[in-house]
Design a protein around this ligand. Structure first.
Ligand code: CAA
Length: 409
């Protein structure tokens, strides 16, 4: 087991109990119904889980991203849908935590920490997914209000949240300060919850379009009280939230591995448990190695984010990308180990594979994560210049081919 802090061990035990008593038994039911499991939310709130990552001065437990990730892993071991239904409250609240005014933090964070209000994050649009900066939803200042017009897409928690961090264009002419974030409450005139998506996985959490038609929101709800810093807040939010997606992926992979371990031990073919056949034993060994490596990377990312270390962006992207690729591979192999049973909806294992797929896509596709990692590697390379003498001399100065002197007659 990794070297968890005392705080993380505490939250791991609390979340494990909630997961086994209140989540695993209902996972299939809500997957089929495609409905939000309100009783699970109540159990999580009762256990104090809804404010684990929120600082104590705003009503939370002060556990930071590290403890948040431990909780998400435990919940996702039992149900990946519940894992994200929980984690998305952290995603929605990070813009307030990172960029909100003191007044905004005091107004909203205690409500979220107590589980009285659910929150969601509205960034993506139909025509602005990976290229988040190209969003079109407008927020136009009109006296004391912003008037929002446009649509958001793939908003997790959309159908059940009370509060939304909504990113919109407040200065269309600006290149660097186009975007701001506004807090929008459910029920605000002009704001409706649009299409509910019918999904492959994470089916217990609603994912919706958000529709804004002349929706007037008080300028007091402008995050941080100043316009133009929304894109930066969105990016910082994602740096904080991506370890949580990675933790969801670790939970899914670990949960699938555990089921595959039990199955492979009990399932006898050719005169013995299939785990004793090298083909299956090596699969389980590879799965276990990757789950542990992913878990350690998540733990480290959480530690760095909580320590406000410089350049957490790369580590957050790395853990998100690595852990979610591991989740897809491990859950697919777990289905493989279950054989014919694995393909059937009678058993929970196929759900792990369906739930895992979205982790490679949301909060930035793994292609975007690789782009972020690669861009950061380029930046870091300036510090490696002392190694340049060890590369070919003709390459050392970079750029063009050396000028070739014309041959003398
Ligand atoms: N922290 C702080 N600032 C950052 C930053 C970071 N991590 N990343 C970028 N910035 C700043 C840059 O410094 C730059 O600032 P200046 O203008 O002052 O120079 C500005 O933001 C623009 O940066 P880039 O030029 O790098 O931006 P880009 O347009 O090339 O995009 C990107 C970068 C990484 C691809 C970004 O668009 C991105 O992360 N895309 C993926 C979006 C995403 O994850 N969407 C999922 C949303 S949530 C969801 O999935 C639904 C759900 O409900 C779960």
């Amino acid at each position: 087991m990794p070297a968890y802090t005392a705080d993380q061990l505490h939250w791991k035990a609390v979340a494990h109990k909630v997961a086994e008593e209140s989540v695993r038994p209902i996972a299939k039911k809500y997957d089929e119904l495609q409905q939000y499991p309100w009783e699970v939310k109540d159990a999580m709130a009762k256990a104090g889980l809804m404010g684990v990552w929120i600082p104590k001065e705003y009503g939370g437990a002060g556990g930071g991203v590290g403890s948040l990730c431990v909780v998400i892993e435990e919940l996702s071991r039992a149900c990946g849908g519940v894992g994200v239904a929980y984690a998305v409250n952290a995603l929605g609240s990070f813009p307030i935590l990172l960029g909100g005014t003191e007044e905004q933090k005091k107004k909203w964070l205690p409500e979220i920490a107590a589980g009285r209000k659910l929150i969601a994050f509205g960034l993506s649009e139909k025509f602005a997914g990976s290229d988040a900066g190209s969003m079109r939803t407008q927020g136009k200042l009109d006296g004391e209000h912003y008037v929002i017009n446009g649509e958001k897409k793939w908003c997790t928690n959309g159908g059940c949240a009370d509060l939304f961090s909504v990113f919109c264009v407040t200065d269309p002419e600006s290149k660097t300060r186009r975007i701001s974030a506004l807090l929008v409450e459910k029920g605000t005139p002009g704001f409706t919850i649009g299409k509910a998506e019918d999904k492959m996985g994470i089916r217990c959490v609603p994912v919706n379009e958000l529709v804004f038609k002349d929706c007037r929101v008080s300028a007091k709800n402008l995050l941080g009280g100043k316009p133009g810093v929304g894109f930066k807040h969105a990016m910082q939010t994602l740096d904080h939230a991506r370890p949580g997606v990675a933790a969801q992926a670790v939970g899914l992979a670990a949960g699938a591995l555990e089921l595959a371990q039990v199955y492979a031990q009990k399932r006898h073919q050719f005169g013995g448990p299939i785990s004793s056949h090298q083909a299956v034993g090596f699969m389980l060994a590879d799965m276990a190695m990757k789950v542990e490596a992913a878990r350690l990377l998540v733990l480290e990312a959480g530690r760095l984010v909580d320590a406000a270390a410089p350049n957490v962006t790369k580590t957050a992207a790395m853990c998100k990308c690595y852990a979610t690729d591991v989740a897809m591979e491990v859950t697919t192999n777990a289905v493989q180990i279950f054989g014919g049973y694995g393909f059937m909806k009678d058993y929970p294992i196929e759900k792990y594979m369906r739930d895992a797929k979205i982790t490679q896509i949301y909060e930035g596709t793994n292609q975007v994560q690789r782009m972020v990692i690669a861009r950061n590697l380029v930046k870091e390379t300036t510090e490696l210049d002392f190694l340049a003498k060890w590369i070919p001399t003709e390459v050392q100065k970079g750029g063009l081919d050396p000028v070739v002197e014309p041959a003398k007659a």
